[in-house]
Design a binder for this molecule. Structure first.
Ligand code: MLC
Ligand code: AMP
Length: 505
Protein backbone atom coordinates (compact mmCIF):
# COMPACT_ATOMS: atom_id res chain seq x y z
CA UNK A 1 0.00 0.00 0.00
CA UNK A 2 1.34 3.35 -1.07
CA UNK A 3 1.42 6.21 1.45
CA UNK A 4 0.71 8.70 -1.37
CA UNK A 5 -2.73 7.19 -1.81
CA UNK A 6 -3.62 7.73 1.85
CA UNK A 7 -5.44 10.64 3.52
CA UNK A 8 -2.83 12.86 5.25
CA UNK A 9 -3.54 11.54 8.76
CA UNK A 10 -3.05 7.94 7.62
CA UNK A 11 0.12 8.77 5.72
CA UNK A 12 1.45 10.12 9.02
CA UNK A 13 0.30 6.97 10.85
CA UNK A 14 2.51 4.79 8.64
CA UNK A 15 5.57 6.44 10.17
CA UNK A 16 4.53 5.43 13.68
CA UNK A 17 4.34 1.66 13.02
CA UNK A 18 4.30 -0.32 16.24
CA UNK A 19 3.89 2.60 18.63
CA UNK A 20 0.83 2.43 20.88
CA UNK A 21 -1.91 4.49 19.22
CA UNK A 22 -5.20 3.92 21.05
CA UNK A 23 -6.03 2.51 24.48
CA UNK A 24 -9.73 1.96 25.22
CA UNK A 25 -12.01 -0.57 26.90
CA UNK A 26 -12.08 -2.59 23.65
CA UNK A 27 -8.30 -2.96 23.38
CA UNK A 28 -4.86 -1.49 22.80
CA UNK A 29 -4.00 -0.90 19.14
CA UNK A 30 -0.70 0.14 17.57
CA UNK A 31 -0.66 2.37 14.51
CA UNK A 32 0.00 -0.73 12.41
CA UNK A 33 -3.05 -2.46 13.95
CA UNK A 34 -5.22 0.57 13.13
CA UNK A 35 -3.97 0.55 9.53
CA UNK A 36 -4.64 -3.19 9.14
CA UNK A 37 -8.10 -3.07 10.71
CA UNK A 38 -9.18 0.04 8.81
CA UNK A 39 -8.03 -1.52 5.51
CA UNK A 40 -10.25 -4.54 6.22
CA UNK A 41 -13.21 -2.29 7.09
CA UNK A 42 -12.64 -0.19 3.94
CA UNK A 43 -12.84 -3.34 1.80
CA UNK A 44 -16.04 -4.34 3.55
CA UNK A 45 -17.57 -0.90 2.95
CA UNK A 46 -16.54 -0.91 -0.70
CA UNK A 47 -18.38 -4.19 -1.41
CA UNK A 48 -16.59 -4.53 -4.70
CA UNK A 49 -16.80 -0.82 -5.69
CA UNK A 50 -13.48 0.86 -6.55
CA UNK A 51 -14.21 4.03 -4.57
CA UNK A 52 -17.09 5.31 -2.42
CA UNK A 53 -16.47 8.62 -4.19
CA UNK A 54 -17.43 10.82 -1.24
CA UNK A 55 -20.61 8.94 -0.37
CA UNK A 56 -21.44 9.56 3.27
CA UNK A 57 -21.14 6.73 5.80
CA UNK A 58 -22.54 7.37 9.28
CA UNK A 59 -21.24 5.64 12.40
CA UNK A 60 -22.72 5.07 15.82
CA UNK A 61 -19.77 3.84 17.84
CA UNK A 62 -18.77 4.82 21.41
CA UNK A 63 -15.29 6.28 21.98
CA UNK A 64 -13.09 3.21 21.44
CA UNK A 65 -10.54 1.58 19.17
CA UNK A 66 -13.49 0.65 16.93
CA UNK A 67 -14.42 4.33 16.61
CA UNK A 68 -11.00 5.18 15.15
CA UNK A 69 -10.95 2.08 12.91
CA UNK A 70 -14.38 3.07 11.59
CA UNK A 71 -13.39 6.66 10.83
CA UNK A 72 -10.24 5.52 9.05
CA UNK A 73 -12.03 2.69 7.23
CA UNK A 74 -14.61 5.11 5.83
CA UNK A 75 -11.89 7.52 4.70
CA UNK A 76 -9.83 4.76 3.08
CA UNK A 77 -12.84 3.52 1.12
CA UNK A 78 -13.21 7.07 -0.25
CA UNK A 79 -16.21 7.86 1.93
CA UNK A 80 -17.10 10.82 4.13
CA UNK A 81 -17.35 10.03 7.85
CA UNK A 82 -20.50 11.20 9.68
CA UNK A 83 -20.40 10.46 13.44
CA UNK A 84 -23.71 10.11 15.29
CA UNK A 85 -24.12 11.15 18.94
CA UNK A 86 -24.27 7.92 20.96
CA UNK A 87 -26.59 9.40 23.60
CA UNK A 88 -29.01 10.89 21.07
CA UNK A 89 -32.62 9.70 20.70
CA UNK A 90 -33.58 8.11 17.34
CA UNK A 91 -35.15 11.28 15.82
CA UNK A 92 -31.73 13.05 16.04
CA UNK A 93 -30.10 10.11 14.23
CA UNK A 94 -32.88 10.13 11.65
CA UNK A 95 -32.26 13.79 10.86
CA UNK A 96 -28.52 13.24 10.37
CA UNK A 97 -28.94 10.05 8.33
CA UNK A 98 -31.57 11.59 6.05
CA UNK A 99 -29.90 14.99 5.72
CA UNK A 100 -26.47 13.53 4.94
CA UNK A 101 -27.88 10.96 2.51
CA UNK A 102 -25.80 8.28 4.25
CA UNK A 103 -25.47 5.07 2.19
CA UNK A 104 -24.70 2.94 5.25
CA UNK A 105 -24.32 3.20 8.98
CA UNK A 106 -21.70 1.35 10.98
CA UNK A 107 -23.08 0.65 14.46
CA UNK A 108 -21.79 -0.88 17.64
CA UNK A 109 -23.98 -3.97 18.18
CA UNK A 110 -24.97 -2.63 21.63
CA UNK A 111 -26.47 0.48 20.01
CA UNK A 112 -27.74 -1.09 16.79
CA UNK A 113 -31.10 -2.15 18.21
CA UNK A 114 -32.28 1.42 18.80
CA UNK A 115 -31.00 2.46 15.39
CA UNK A 116 -32.52 -0.39 13.33
CA UNK A 117 -36.08 0.98 12.96
CA UNK A 118 -34.76 4.36 11.78
CA UNK A 119 -32.26 2.81 9.38
CA UNK A 120 -34.93 0.46 8.03
CA UNK A 121 -37.35 3.31 7.41
CA UNK A 122 -34.68 5.13 5.43
CA UNK A 123 -33.49 1.95 3.68
CA UNK A 124 -29.94 2.28 5.05
CA UNK A 125 -27.98 -0.91 5.84
CA UNK A 126 -26.54 -1.22 9.37
CA UNK A 127 -23.07 -2.77 9.51
CA UNK A 128 -21.15 -4.18 12.47
CA UNK A 129 -17.64 -2.66 12.65
CA UNK A 130 -16.14 -5.94 13.89
CA UNK A 131 -17.89 -8.47 11.63
CA UNK A 132 -15.57 -10.12 9.10
CA UNK A 133 -15.74 -8.88 5.53
CA UNK A 134 -17.89 -10.84 3.09
CA UNK A 135 -15.80 -13.22 0.93
CA UNK A 136 -16.15 -10.99 -2.15
CA UNK A 137 -14.85 -8.00 -0.21
CA UNK A 138 -11.96 -9.98 1.27
CA UNK A 139 -10.90 -11.52 -2.01
CA UNK A 140 -7.75 -10.35 -3.74
CA UNK A 141 -5.54 -7.42 -2.95
CA UNK A 142 -7.42 -4.80 -4.92
CA UNK A 143 -5.88 -1.46 -3.98
CA UNK A 144 -7.90 1.01 -1.99
CA UNK A 145 -8.70 4.26 -3.81
CA UNK A 146 -6.24 7.16 -3.83
CA UNK A 147 -7.57 9.95 -1.60
CA UNK A 148 -6.63 13.47 -2.72
CA UNK A 149 -6.38 15.97 0.17
CA UNK A 150 -9.09 18.18 -1.35
CA UNK A 151 -11.68 15.45 -1.01
CA UNK A 152 -14.41 15.67 1.62
CA UNK A 153 -13.53 13.73 4.79
CA UNK A 154 -15.76 14.50 7.74
CA UNK A 155 -19.15 15.99 8.55
CA UNK A 156 -19.99 17.44 11.97
CA UNK A 157 -23.64 18.34 12.59
CA UNK A 158 -23.91 21.71 14.28
CA UNK A 159 -26.83 23.86 15.41
CA UNK A 160 -27.30 27.31 13.96
CA UNK A 161 -29.80 30.14 13.98
CA UNK A 162 -31.96 28.41 11.36
CA UNK A 163 -33.82 25.11 11.51
CA UNK A 164 -32.34 21.73 12.34
CA UNK A 165 -28.58 21.12 12.70
CA UNK A 166 -26.54 21.49 9.50
CA UNK A 167 -23.66 19.28 8.39
CA UNK A 168 -20.36 21.19 8.31
CA UNK A 169 -18.10 19.46 5.78
CA UNK A 170 -14.33 19.33 6.28
CA UNK A 171 -11.94 18.08 3.60
CA UNK A 172 -8.84 16.04 4.42
CA UNK A 173 -6.82 19.20 3.75
CA UNK A 174 -9.00 21.20 6.19
CA UNK A 175 -8.46 18.56 8.86
CA UNK A 176 -4.71 18.42 8.21
CA UNK A 177 -4.47 22.23 8.50
CA UNK A 178 -6.42 22.27 11.78
CA UNK A 179 -4.31 19.47 13.22
CA UNK A 180 -0.96 20.94 12.14
CA UNK A 181 -1.87 24.31 13.64
CA UNK A 182 -2.55 22.75 17.07
CA UNK A 183 0.38 20.32 16.91
CA UNK A 184 2.70 23.29 16.33
CA UNK A 185 1.13 25.64 18.89
CA UNK A 186 0.85 23.13 21.73
CA UNK A 187 4.03 21.19 20.83
CA UNK A 188 2.43 17.78 20.50
CA UNK A 189 4.97 14.96 20.21
CA UNK A 190 5.06 11.18 20.10
CA UNK A 191 5.84 11.25 23.83
CA UNK A 192 2.37 12.59 24.58
CA UNK A 193 -0.40 10.49 26.10
CA UNK A 194 -3.79 12.17 26.14
CA UNK A 195 -6.86 11.12 28.12
CA UNK A 196 -9.99 11.60 25.96
CA UNK A 197 -13.31 12.09 27.78
CA UNK A 198 -15.28 14.16 25.27
CA UNK A 199 -18.02 12.87 22.98
CA UNK A 200 -16.80 11.96 19.48
CA UNK A 201 -19.40 13.68 17.32
CA UNK A 202 -17.86 17.16 17.64
CA UNK A 203 -14.66 18.87 16.60
CA UNK A 204 -13.26 19.26 20.14
CA UNK A 205 -13.06 15.52 20.87
CA UNK A 206 -12.42 14.36 17.31
CA UNK A 207 -9.85 16.84 16.01
CA UNK A 208 -8.20 18.40 19.07
CA UNK A 209 -7.92 15.12 20.97
CA UNK A 210 -8.01 12.05 18.70
CA UNK A 211 -6.66 13.39 15.40
CA UNK A 212 -3.89 15.54 16.94
CA UNK A 213 -2.69 12.57 19.02
CA UNK A 214 -2.65 10.19 16.06
CA UNK A 215 -0.94 12.73 13.77
CA UNK A 216 1.83 13.07 16.35
CA UNK A 217 2.49 9.37 17.01
CA UNK A 218 1.21 9.89 20.56
CA UNK A 219 -1.12 7.61 22.54
CA UNK A 220 -4.80 8.44 22.77
CA UNK A 221 -6.55 6.83 25.73
CA UNK A 222 -10.32 6.96 25.41
CA UNK A 223 -12.85 6.70 28.20
CA UNK A 224 -16.32 5.67 27.00
CA UNK A 225 -17.82 8.72 28.75
CA UNK A 226 -16.81 11.41 31.22
CA UNK A 227 -16.77 10.32 34.85
CA UNK A 228 -15.07 12.65 37.37
CA UNK A 229 -14.01 9.87 39.77
CA UNK A 230 -12.54 7.77 36.94
CA UNK A 231 -10.63 10.74 35.52
CA UNK A 232 -8.99 11.59 38.86
CA UNK A 233 -8.10 7.93 39.39
CA UNK A 234 -6.58 7.75 35.93
CA UNK A 235 -4.51 10.88 36.54
CA UNK A 236 -3.32 9.27 39.78
CA UNK A 237 -2.12 6.14 37.96
CA UNK A 238 0.29 8.37 36.03
CA UNK A 239 1.50 8.57 32.44
CA UNK A 240 -1.03 11.11 31.14
CA UNK A 241 0.62 14.24 29.68
CA UNK A 242 -2.33 16.12 28.16
CA UNK A 243 -5.98 16.81 28.98
CA UNK A 244 -8.59 18.84 27.08
CA UNK A 245 -12.14 19.52 28.20
CA UNK A 246 -15.04 21.96 28.38
CA UNK A 247 -15.47 24.23 31.45
CA UNK A 248 -18.33 22.09 32.84
CA UNK A 249 -15.95 19.14 33.07
CA UNK A 250 -13.41 21.17 35.06
CA UNK A 251 -16.27 22.31 37.32
CA UNK A 252 -17.27 18.67 37.87
CA UNK A 253 -13.65 17.65 38.55
CA UNK A 254 -13.30 20.44 41.11
CA UNK A 255 -16.56 19.39 42.83
CA UNK A 256 -15.38 15.79 43.04
CA UNK A 257 -11.99 16.83 44.40
CA UNK A 258 -13.55 19.11 47.03
CA UNK A 259 -15.53 16.25 48.56
CA UNK A 260 -12.70 13.67 48.44
CA UNK A 261 -10.84 12.71 51.67
CA UNK A 262 -7.66 14.70 52.33
CA UNK A 263 -5.31 11.85 51.43
CA UNK A 264 -6.93 11.42 48.03
CA UNK A 265 -7.01 15.15 47.41
CA UNK A 266 -3.25 15.33 47.80
CA UNK A 267 -2.70 12.31 45.57
CA UNK A 268 -5.01 13.68 42.85
CA UNK A 269 -3.60 17.21 42.93
CA UNK A 270 0.00 15.89 42.70
CA UNK A 271 -0.93 13.66 39.79
CA UNK A 272 -2.67 16.46 37.86
CA UNK A 273 0.25 18.81 38.44
CA UNK A 274 2.49 16.37 36.53
CA UNK A 275 0.57 16.75 33.22
CA UNK A 276 2.38 19.01 30.79
CA UNK A 277 -0.74 20.85 29.51
CA UNK A 278 -4.42 21.19 30.37
CA UNK A 279 -6.71 23.00 27.91
CA UNK A 280 -10.22 24.43 28.22
CA UNK A 281 -12.52 25.44 25.39
CA UNK A 282 -15.90 25.19 23.62
CA UNK A 283 -17.40 27.72 26.05
CA UNK A 284 -16.27 30.64 28.20
CA UNK A 285 -14.11 29.48 31.12
CA UNK A 286 -15.29 31.29 34.28
CA UNK A 287 -12.34 33.00 35.95
CA UNK A 288 -13.45 31.44 39.28
CA UNK A 289 -12.99 27.95 37.77
CA UNK A 290 -9.61 28.86 36.30
CA UNK A 291 -8.45 30.18 39.68
CA UNK A 292 -9.70 27.18 41.67
CA UNK A 293 -8.08 24.78 39.21
CA UNK A 294 -4.83 26.69 39.60
CA UNK A 295 -5.04 26.49 43.39
CA UNK A 296 -5.66 22.75 43.26
CA UNK A 297 -3.28 21.60 40.53
CA UNK A 298 -0.89 24.50 39.89
CA UNK A 299 -2.11 24.54 36.26
CA UNK A 300 -3.14 27.79 34.66
CA UNK A 301 -5.63 26.28 32.19
CA UNK A 302 -4.85 27.19 28.60
CA UNK A 303 -8.08 28.65 27.23
CA UNK A 304 -8.64 28.70 23.49
CA UNK A 305 -11.52 29.60 21.16
CA UNK A 306 -12.88 27.61 18.25
CA UNK A 307 -15.94 26.57 16.29
CA UNK A 308 -17.06 23.56 14.27
CA UNK A 309 -16.79 25.42 10.95
CA UNK A 310 -13.26 26.73 11.52
CA UNK A 311 -11.57 24.42 14.01
CA UNK A 312 -9.50 26.35 16.53
CA UNK A 313 -8.80 30.03 15.89
CA UNK A 314 -7.44 31.72 19.02
CA UNK A 315 -5.28 30.31 21.77
CA UNK A 316 -3.40 31.46 24.81
CA UNK A 317 0.33 30.79 24.55
CA UNK A 318 1.89 27.50 25.60
CA UNK A 319 4.91 29.10 27.28
CA UNK A 320 4.05 32.77 27.77
CA UNK A 321 1.64 34.39 30.25
CA UNK A 322 -2.03 33.34 30.04
CA UNK A 323 -4.31 36.15 31.11
CA UNK A 324 -7.59 35.05 32.78
CA UNK A 325 -10.68 35.93 30.75
CA UNK A 326 -8.70 36.10 27.52
CA UNK A 327 -8.43 33.53 24.73
CA UNK A 328 -5.07 34.64 23.38
CA UNK A 329 -4.00 35.18 19.80
CA UNK A 330 -4.55 33.65 16.33
CA UNK A 331 -3.16 30.12 15.99
CA UNK A 332 -0.55 29.32 13.31
CA UNK A 333 -2.06 29.47 9.82
CA UNK A 334 -5.29 31.13 11.03
CA UNK A 335 -6.24 34.72 10.15
CA UNK A 336 -8.64 36.44 12.54
CA UNK A 337 -10.20 39.89 12.26
CA UNK A 338 -12.92 41.81 14.05
CA UNK A 339 -15.44 43.74 11.95
CA UNK A 340 -18.38 46.10 12.42
CA UNK A 341 -21.95 45.56 11.13
CA UNK A 342 -20.85 46.50 7.59
CA UNK A 343 -17.84 44.21 7.57
CA UNK A 344 -15.21 46.90 8.13
CA UNK A 345 -12.31 45.97 10.43
CA UNK A 346 -12.57 47.74 13.81
CA UNK A 347 -9.61 49.29 15.65
CA UNK A 348 -7.99 47.57 18.64
CA UNK A 349 -10.12 47.97 21.77
CA UNK A 350 -13.41 48.18 19.81
CA UNK A 351 -15.78 45.19 19.91
CA UNK A 352 -16.49 43.49 16.60
CA UNK A 353 -17.68 40.21 15.11
CA UNK A 354 -14.94 37.59 14.74
CA UNK A 355 -14.24 36.60 11.14
CA UNK A 356 -11.83 33.80 10.28
CA UNK A 357 -9.92 32.80 7.14
CA UNK A 358 -7.44 30.01 6.51
CA UNK A 359 -6.90 26.48 5.19
CA UNK A 360 -8.68 24.91 8.18
CA UNK A 361 -12.00 26.65 7.47
CA UNK A 362 -14.71 24.19 6.41
CA UNK A 363 -15.74 23.70 2.83
CA UNK A 364 -19.53 23.92 2.97
CA UNK A 365 -22.75 23.06 4.75
CA UNK A 366 -23.71 19.74 3.25
CA UNK A 367 -26.29 20.23 0.49
CA UNK A 368 -26.92 23.88 1.46
CA UNK A 369 -25.17 26.21 -1.01
CA UNK A 370 -27.30 29.20 0.00
CA UNK A 371 -26.45 28.89 3.70
CA UNK A 372 -22.79 28.31 2.83
CA UNK A 373 -22.64 31.52 0.76
CA UNK A 374 -24.40 33.46 3.51
CA UNK A 375 -21.86 32.28 6.09
CA UNK A 376 -18.94 34.04 4.35
CA UNK A 377 -18.04 37.64 3.61
CA UNK A 378 -15.52 37.88 0.79
CA UNK A 379 -13.74 34.68 1.84
CA UNK A 380 -13.97 35.31 5.59
CA UNK A 381 -16.18 33.04 7.71
CA UNK A 382 -18.56 35.03 9.92
CA UNK A 383 -18.58 33.34 13.33
CA UNK A 384 -21.45 35.30 14.93
CA UNK A 385 -19.26 35.73 18.05
CA UNK A 386 -18.30 39.18 19.28
CA UNK A 387 -14.86 39.90 20.75
CA UNK A 388 -12.48 42.72 21.51
CA UNK A 389 -8.74 42.74 20.89
CA UNK A 390 -6.79 43.98 23.91
CA UNK A 391 -3.06 44.14 24.75
CA UNK A 392 -3.45 40.82 26.66
CA UNK A 393 -5.12 39.07 23.75
CA UNK A 394 -8.64 38.61 22.42
CA UNK A 395 -11.54 38.60 24.86
CA UNK A 396 -14.85 36.97 23.85
CA UNK A 397 -17.81 39.19 24.72
CA UNK A 398 -20.71 37.01 23.58
CA UNK A 399 -22.76 36.05 20.57
CA UNK A 400 -24.72 38.16 18.10
CA UNK A 401 -27.73 35.82 18.25
CA UNK A 402 -29.78 35.20 21.38
CA UNK A 403 -31.03 32.01 19.76
CA UNK A 404 -27.73 30.14 20.18
CA UNK A 405 -27.21 28.58 23.61
CA UNK A 406 -24.01 26.92 24.87
CA UNK A 407 -24.72 24.38 27.58
CA UNK A 408 -22.08 22.01 28.92
CA UNK A 409 -20.01 22.93 25.85
CA UNK A 410 -22.78 21.84 23.45
CA UNK A 411 -24.21 24.41 21.06
CA UNK A 412 -27.99 24.24 20.84
CA UNK A 413 -30.53 26.23 18.87
CA UNK A 414 -33.37 27.82 20.85
CA UNK A 415 -35.48 27.75 17.67
CA UNK A 416 -35.10 24.00 17.23
CA UNK A 417 -36.33 23.39 20.79
CA UNK A 418 -39.21 25.87 20.34
CA UNK A 419 -40.34 23.98 17.22
CA UNK A 420 -40.59 20.74 19.20
CA UNK A 421 -42.38 22.45 22.12
CA UNK A 422 -44.92 24.02 19.75
CA UNK A 423 -45.87 20.58 18.49
CA UNK A 424 -47.05 19.65 22.00
CA UNK A 425 -50.86 19.75 21.95
CA UNK A 426 -51.09 21.83 25.16
CA UNK A 427 -48.56 24.51 24.12
CA UNK A 428 -49.87 27.63 22.39
CA UNK A 429 -46.60 29.54 22.33
CA UNK A 430 -43.13 29.38 23.79
CA UNK A 431 -39.70 31.02 23.98
CA UNK A 432 -36.47 29.20 24.78
CA UNK A 433 -33.53 31.09 26.26
CA UNK A 434 -30.10 30.42 27.74
CA UNK A 435 -29.74 31.54 31.35
CA UNK A 436 -26.26 31.91 32.89
CA UNK A 437 -25.38 28.99 35.15
CA UNK A 438 -22.25 28.23 37.19
CA UNK A 439 -22.10 24.54 36.23
CA UNK A 440 -23.40 24.44 32.67
CA UNK A 441 -22.38 27.88 31.36
CA UNK A 442 -25.93 28.40 30.24
CA UNK A 443 -29.03 26.47 31.19
CA UNK A 444 -31.73 25.77 28.59
CA UNK A 445 -34.94 27.37 29.90
CA UNK A 446 -38.40 27.48 28.32
CA UNK A 447 -41.25 29.93 28.88
CA UNK A 448 -44.52 28.39 27.68
CA UNK A 449 -48.02 29.72 27.15
CA UNK A 450 -50.71 27.03 27.46
CA UNK A 451 -53.47 26.43 24.92
CA UNK A 452 -56.70 28.00 26.24
CA UNK A 453 -58.50 24.66 26.08
CA UNK A 454 -55.42 22.53 26.73
CA UNK A 455 -54.71 20.33 29.73
CA UNK A 456 -52.56 21.66 32.55
CA UNK A 457 -48.94 22.01 31.47
CA UNK A 458 -46.89 19.56 33.46
CA UNK A 459 -43.15 20.33 33.46
CA UNK A 460 -42.07 16.69 33.70
CA UNK A 461 -44.26 15.66 30.77
CA UNK A 462 -43.07 18.60 28.70
CA UNK A 463 -39.43 17.70 29.31
CA UNK A 464 -40.11 14.07 28.46
CA UNK A 465 -41.76 15.25 25.22
CA UNK A 466 -38.66 17.20 24.18
CA UNK A 467 -36.38 14.34 25.30
CA UNK A 468 -38.16 11.94 22.93
CA UNK A 469 -37.25 14.17 19.99
CA UNK A 470 -34.00 15.88 20.88
CA UNK A 471 -30.69 15.19 22.65
CA UNK A 472 -30.73 15.31 26.47
CA UNK A 473 -28.67 18.51 26.54
CA UNK A 474 -31.43 20.28 24.56
CA UNK A 475 -34.14 19.45 27.09
CA UNK A 476 -35.25 22.56 29.05
CA UNK A 477 -34.01 22.39 32.63
CA UNK A 478 -36.49 24.97 33.86
CA UNK A 479 -39.99 25.74 32.60
CA UNK A 480 -42.11 28.82 33.38
CA UNK A 481 -45.79 28.87 32.49
CA UNK A 482 -46.87 32.38 31.42
CA UNK A 483 -50.13 33.93 30.28
CA UNK A 484 -48.28 35.74 27.50
CA UNK A 485 -44.70 36.17 26.31
CA UNK A 486 -43.09 39.62 26.61
CA UNK A 487 -43.20 41.21 23.14
CA UNK A 488 -41.98 44.51 21.64
CA UNK A 489 -44.05 46.98 19.60
CA UNK A 490 -43.40 44.89 16.47
CA UNK A 491 -44.86 41.82 18.21
CA UNK A 492 -41.46 40.11 18.45
CA UNK A 493 -40.65 38.14 21.63
CA UNK A 494 -38.08 40.03 23.73
CA UNK A 495 -35.77 37.19 24.76
CA UNK A 496 -33.64 39.16 27.24
CA UNK A 497 -36.86 39.86 29.15
CA UNK A 498 -37.73 36.16 29.11
CA UNK A 499 -34.25 35.35 30.46
CA UNK A 500 -34.73 38.01 33.17
CA UNK A 501 -37.93 36.26 34.30
CA UNK A 502 -35.92 33.09 34.95
CA UNK A 503 -33.22 34.99 36.78
CA UNK A 504 -35.88 36.53 39.01
CA UNK A 505 -37.82 33.29 39.56
C1 MLC B 1 -26.92 16.78 31.20
N1 MLC B 1 -27.56 17.25 32.28
C2 MLC B 1 -27.75 18.55 32.14
C3 MLC B 1 -27.18 18.89 30.89
N2 MLC B 1 -26.68 17.77 30.34
N3 MLC B 1 -28.32 19.47 32.95
C4 MLC B 1 -28.34 20.74 32.51
N4 MLC B 1 -27.83 21.13 31.35
C5 MLC B 1 -27.22 20.24 30.52
N5 MLC B 1 -26.72 20.67 29.37
C6 MLC B 1 -27.98 16.49 33.45
C7 MLC B 1 -28.69 15.22 33.10
O1 MLC B 1 -30.05 15.42 32.88
C8 MLC B 1 -28.44 14.37 34.31
O2 MLC B 1 -29.31 14.79 35.33
C9 MLC B 1 -27.04 14.78 34.71
O3 MLC B 1 -26.84 16.08 34.17
C10 MLC B 1 -25.99 13.84 34.14
O4 MLC B 1 -26.28 13.65 32.76
P1 MLC B 1 -25.21 13.05 31.77
O5 MLC B 1 -25.75 12.94 30.40
O6 MLC B 1 -24.61 11.85 32.42
O7 MLC B 1 -24.24 14.25 31.75
P2 MLC B 1 -22.73 14.15 31.73
O8 MLC B 1 -22.28 12.96 30.98
O9 MLC B 1 -22.21 14.36 33.09
O10 MLC B 1 -22.47 15.39 30.77
C11 MLC B 1 -21.79 16.50 31.16
C12 MLC B 1 -20.65 16.73 30.15
C13 MLC B 1 -21.26 16.75 28.75
C14 MLC B 1 -20.04 18.06 30.50
C15 MLC B 1 -19.63 15.62 30.27
O11 MLC B 1 -22.21 17.79 28.69
C16 MLC B 1 -20.21 16.86 27.66
O12 MLC B 1 -19.57 15.87 27.31
N6 MLC B 1 -20.00 18.07 27.11
C17 MLC B 1 -19.00 18.31 26.07
C18 MLC B 1 -19.64 18.70 24.79
C19 MLC B 1 -18.59 18.94 23.68
O13 MLC B 1 -17.76 18.11 23.41
N7 MLC B 1 -18.64 20.12 23.04
C20 MLC B 1 -17.71 20.50 22.04
C21 MLC B 1 -18.46 21.05 20.83
S1 MLC B 1 -17.28 21.61 19.60
P3 MLC B 1 -29.93 13.77 36.37
O14 MLC B 1 -30.87 14.63 37.12
O15 MLC B 1 -30.55 12.72 35.54
O16 MLC B 1 -28.76 13.30 37.18
C22 MLC B 1 -17.05 23.23 19.97
C23 MLC B 1 -15.94 23.96 19.28
C24 MLC B 1 -14.86 24.25 20.26
O17 MLC B 1 -17.66 23.75 20.84
O18 MLC B 1 -14.45 25.41 20.40
O19 MLC B 1 -14.43 23.29 20.88
P1 AMP C 1 -19.71 24.83 18.08
O1 AMP C 1 -20.53 25.49 17.03
O2 AMP C 1 -20.43 23.78 18.85
O3 AMP C 1 -18.46 24.38 17.49
O4 AMP C 1 -19.40 25.93 19.16
C1 AMP C 1 -18.62 27.04 18.83
C2 AMP C 1 -18.95 28.16 19.73
O5 AMP C 1 -18.51 27.91 21.06
C3 AMP C 1 -18.29 29.44 19.34
O6 AMP C 1 -18.97 30.07 18.27
C4 AMP C 1 -18.34 30.22 20.65
O7 AMP C 1 -19.60 30.83 20.80
C5 AMP C 1 -18.19 29.13 21.69
N1 AMP C 1 -16.81 29.06 22.22
C6 AMP C 1 -15.82 28.20 21.89
N2 AMP C 1 -14.73 28.43 22.63
C7 AMP C 1 -15.01 29.46 23.45
C8 AMP C 1 -14.31 30.18 24.46
N3 AMP C 1 -13.07 29.86 24.82
N4 AMP C 1 -14.94 31.21 25.08
C9 AMP C 1 -16.21 31.54 24.76
N5 AMP C 1 -16.93 30.90 23.83
C10 AMP C 1 -16.35 29.87 23.18
Amino acid sequence: MNARRDPPLLARARRHGDRLAVVAPDGRFSYRDLLDASRALARKLLQGRADLAEDRVAYLVPPSVAWVVTQWGIWRAGGVAVPLGISHPPPEWEHVLADSGAIAVVADPRLAEGLQPVAQRLGIPVLDPAAPAAPAARAGKTPLPAIAPQRRAQVFYTSGTTGRPKGAVLTHANLAAQIQSLVAAWEWSRHDHILGVLPLHHVHGVVNVVCCALWSGATCELMPRFDAAAVWERFAQGGITLFMAVPTIYTRLIAHWEQAPEVLRRRYADAASRLRLMVSGSAALPVSVLKRWHEITGHMLLERYGMTEIGMALSNPLHDVRVPGHVGWPLPGVEVRLVDERGRPVPEGTPGEIEVRGPGVFREYLGRPKETRAAFRRGWFKTGDVAVCEPDGFRILGRKSVDIIKTGGYKVSALEIEEVLREHPDVADCAVVGVPDAEWGELVCAAVVPQPQGGSLDETRLRAWVGRHLALYKVPRRVLVLEALPRNAMGKVVKPEVAALFRKA
